[in-house]
Design a protein around this ligand. Sequence first.
Ligand SMILES: Cc1ncc(COP(=O)(O)O)c(C=O)c1O
Length: 370
Amino acid sequence: MIPFNKPFLTGKETKYIEEAVASGKISGNGMFTQKCQFFFEKRYGIKKALLTTSCTDALEMAAILLNIKDGDEVIMPSYTFVSTANAFVLRGANIVFADSGVDTPNLDVAKIEPLITNKTKAIVVVHYAGVACDMDVVMDIAKRNDLYVVEDAAQAIESFYKGKALGSIGHLGTFSFHETKNIIAGEGGLLAINDEQFIDRAEIIWEKGTNRTAFFRGEVDKYGWVDIGSSFLPSEVIAAFLYAQLEKLDSIQSKRKQLWDNYNDKLKNVPIRLPKLPLYATNNAHMFYVICKSLNERNSFLTFLKKYNIGAVFHYLSLHSSSFYKQKHDGRNLLESDKYSETLVRLPMFYELSVSDQNEIIKAIEIFYE
Ligand SMILES: Cc1ncc(COP(=O)(O)O)c(C=O)c1O
């Protein structure tokens, strides 16, 4: 069986975990946490990075930071992971789903403005497959309408929009290090704070609503309960694992790009739709997806690949028609989002995918479409 994903280990993970354990400091915000956060701040121009236990947690922190309250409206794509929406629903928000674009599963930025009302508080964009949304347009809409922008960059490490790192453009950005991502920690995430006004409060929310971080820096002489928060920071064991991965980011990326390019070159002549990269976006080779013509074609395609022992998979089911949200959705049809739900297939993509296995996948696809 060629699996859909296989977590890649650089070899240094356990060494760094041993170092963390030996240091006697294994709770959060120790040396490895600082190293990981600094890596993001320096490499991507993020004002303040805070490691979290998942991208889900980073999104929940974002919703708290933006003071999302009952009845506030948040605009986001329907074609996304549950956490993008759930984080805001936990604060009482109504989610206003925007349709995806025709060219990419990202939300269609032209559909945002008509959805804005006097209750709208924020726009959450998702850079699907690590491919940028048109952020100049999004930031301009936000500025004119006095809205905040959160970039769900769960899949978007090391990807750029007009030279700017994804996750560093909106007021807040969130990353995932779940084992299916380019850089992993088993479970893990990071909140990027790009608007300085949020930094102090973010540290408090991160530390269970206390000012412990300021206390450790010697800024206050005792710490206590000053706001709401939760236990959003991971232990040093997670941070040590993650740092071993971040050190190898360049080689991981270069291997993934070779695999991505090989799929893209060899599948060019097969009658199946391949990913499109807008001119303003770079490719971080997070995912290689193809788009079938219909749900029927997609189902037979997946069944066919399964017979060849190839672990291809579909992806999100539109959130506006999920069993949890469909009664709350305002009833608009979101046809592009549904189309991606029905026709998109993700092919195996991981560091250790061998060229011969990849060529077998490509051969099977050619046979299916012959
Ligand atoms: C777009 C998007 N947002 C958020 C998440 C949640 O990430 P995590 O598993 O780190 O909580 C995912 C997970 O894959 C995702 O794809």
